[in-house]
Write a protein that binds this ligand. Sequence first.
Ligand code: GLN
Length: 448
Amino acid sequence: VAKHFLARVQGDSLGAFLSTDAEVTLAQAAAADRRIAGGEAAPLAGVPIAHKDIFVTKDFPSTAGSKMLEGYRSPFDATVVRKLADAGCVTLGKLNCDEFAMGSSNENSAYKPVRNPWDTSRIPGGSSGGSAVAVAARLAPATTGTDTGGSIRQPASFCGVTGIKPTYGRASRYGMIAFASSLDQAGPMARTAEDCALLLSAICGPDPDRDSTSLDVATEDFTLSLNAPLEGLRIGVPREFFGEGLAADVRKAIDDALQVYVKLGAKLVEVSLPRTELAIPVYYIIAPAEASSNLARFDGVKFGHRAKQYTDLLDMYKKTRAEGFGDEVKRRIMIGTYVLSHGYYDAYYLQAQKIRRMIADDFQQAFRQCDLIAGPAAPSVAWHLGDHGNDPLADYLADIFTLPGSLAGLPGMSVPCGFGEGGMPVGLQLLGNYFSESKLLNAAHRFQ
Ligand code: GLN
């Protein structure tokens, strides 16, 4: 199986992979074979997987899609990588992504863009664009992604694959190169909810010594409830997700999907998430604030790129960061530093934190009336490479439906539900209350 997928990866022209190493992959596959032959019941024994290049790995380079970490090798594996290896997975390589996971189109990768296999003139979404494309183009049966503000759900939607982001704190962030620590979560991307359930069961679980925000909640076997009936399930449809910003083709696909749920016995309930629009400014204050602090470590001293020529220490820092970071990363560092600075902290950062809490409270109100929330993952299908040109705001605005759930720390997923303009896939976003992953996967599985 590993050989089959390695051959497919070698023929890839979509830009999904940043690194491969056939020798390492085949050695891991041989080890998996020995475990199987030895009668060991590793649940994912021999299943090839590829990791977003945000996860550090000792056997492959880890770049976070940035020139800053070109050639960097971690001395350890991220917890998620280790857990999947313990479950028997075999690593195919590392996947392209937006630099430090900042982006919605994968065009912010410092290495190369990733192309959408449904139409190679279009973007795959981001920031886990490589992860979505690898599954969609059948270069890997499963991949890992990270979701800070939608980076699993939105590319899953654009590429017609299934992805889930668990409740914040359920998967360890240890060894995930940090973007916005209060939002970052890992999750699987695969063809189906069933595959995602198998992977998520291996990924979740406490990691108290290594991630201080990891929750003391044991993982579950998320496959157990996949076939539970949906009779009587109350699906909340937030009115703010169906406003004028939603493209007609996406709306149609989502409406049709909701009708499938009605046929499966679920009830649709209109709910309100009144602060949906505010999620954009709130997220684009909080995430850059945290990023500006997290990225301070890239100073040319501890790891990664160092400028070749400089006059003194300060000059070395400045040149290293000027050369190593791309435009979007610099933009976020500047915004983040600004909103955290004396005199602006109260006006921006503190305000944003208060509204973040209100957004989380709005979800709790909604969950009094429903069991799950359903809506679009993104306002349109995947756009064309270059469409957003030099307009970062166009990217930010397209995150509107994924940001609220991220700010609230809720689990969410995207399930392929139909096609829109240009025959491009549309994803149905399902959001649940804290720790409702099995409910989400059940609803997705029954739909599929
Ligand atoms: N598009 C969002 C951003 O650029 C989300 C990215 C993510 O979830 N990593 O920040």
